[in-house]
Design a binder for this molecule. Structure first.
Ligand code: NHR
Ligand code: GAR
Length: 212
């Protein structure tokens, strides 16, 4: 069975969705860069080991990433899962776990990389928004895309209502993508796209919009 380590910074609802999906994998630890992250309590309730590696206790990003990698490597995970993890990782860190880090990003990449995606989607007036699971590469939010879910943007949406609609889809596609990785069904092709082995339907990696 594959071993994963989950990195969080806050609430950890995506982490919780993965824990509660009862996937055939072992969650070795949940690590936060912030000791006040409420997701740590959720992880403990699920009997999962937790650790804090506080970025503020380190002189620079390289020192933080070195300490973070040392904590992670104690668990020797097959996969690192970023779930609302809010620290940009150095190229050296990403290389150390090359092709073994997944992230969920709250937009339909390559649109709206970076932060405040729901606000920016509303400002841009897009009619479709969503979330993406991708492999992490040194370039922020630019790695190979594993799965996406789309949601409609409604005329009366606020940042909060839109975020909630997207989050519900995050909780569907992230456990699915992690399960695919652990079943060794994901392959990154030479051109940097992701192939899903034994897909039932051509659209397995896409959740399509429904009218809300
Ligand atoms: N690191 C690399 N190298 N590549 C990616 O694709 C990464 C990554 C680290 C995190 C998640 C990402 C997201 O899904 C992620 C992808 C944090 C920031 C950010 O600006 C941006 C994107 C993401 C995560 N962080 C600020 C920083 O200075 C801190 C912001 C804060 O603490 O609120 O690191 O959106
Ligand atoms: C999620 O919407 C996730 O996609 C997003 O933050 C939220 C975390 O929620 N991630 C980022 O913005 C990464 N920069 P959670 O802690 O409840 O999973």
């Amino acid at each position: 069975m594959k071993k994963i380590v989950i990195l969080i910074s806050g609430r950890g609802s995506n982490m919780q969705a993965i824990l509660e999906a009862r996937l055939p994998l072992s969650v070795a630890a949940v690590i936060s860069n912030d000791a006040t992250a409420s997701g740590l309590i959720t992880a403990q309730k699920h009997g999962v080991a937790t650790r804090v590696v506080d970025h503020r206790a380190h002189a620079d990003r390289a020192a933080f990433d070195t300490a973070l990698a040392a904590a992670i490597d104690e668990y020797a995970p097959d996969l690192l899962v970023l779930a609302g993890f809010m620290r940009i990782l150095t190229a050296g860190f990403v290389e150390h776990y090359r092709d073994r880090i997944l992230n969920i990003h709250p937009s339909l990449l390559p649109s709206f990389t970076g932060l405040h995606t729901h606000r920016r989607a509303l400002e841009a007036g897009v009619k479709v928004h969503g979330c993406s699971v991708h492999f992490v590469t040194p370039e922020l939010d630019h790695g190979p895309i594993v799965a996406q879910a789309a949601v409609p943007v409604l005329d009366d949406d606020s940042e909060d209502t839109l975020a909630a609609r997207v989050l519900a889809q995050e909780h569907r596609i992230y456990p699915q993508a992690v399960a695919w990785f652990c079943a060794e069904r994901l392959r990154i092709t030479e051109n940097g796209s992701v192939e899903l082995a034994e897909a039932g339907r051509p659209t397995d990696a896409l959740v399509v919009p429904v009218s809300a």
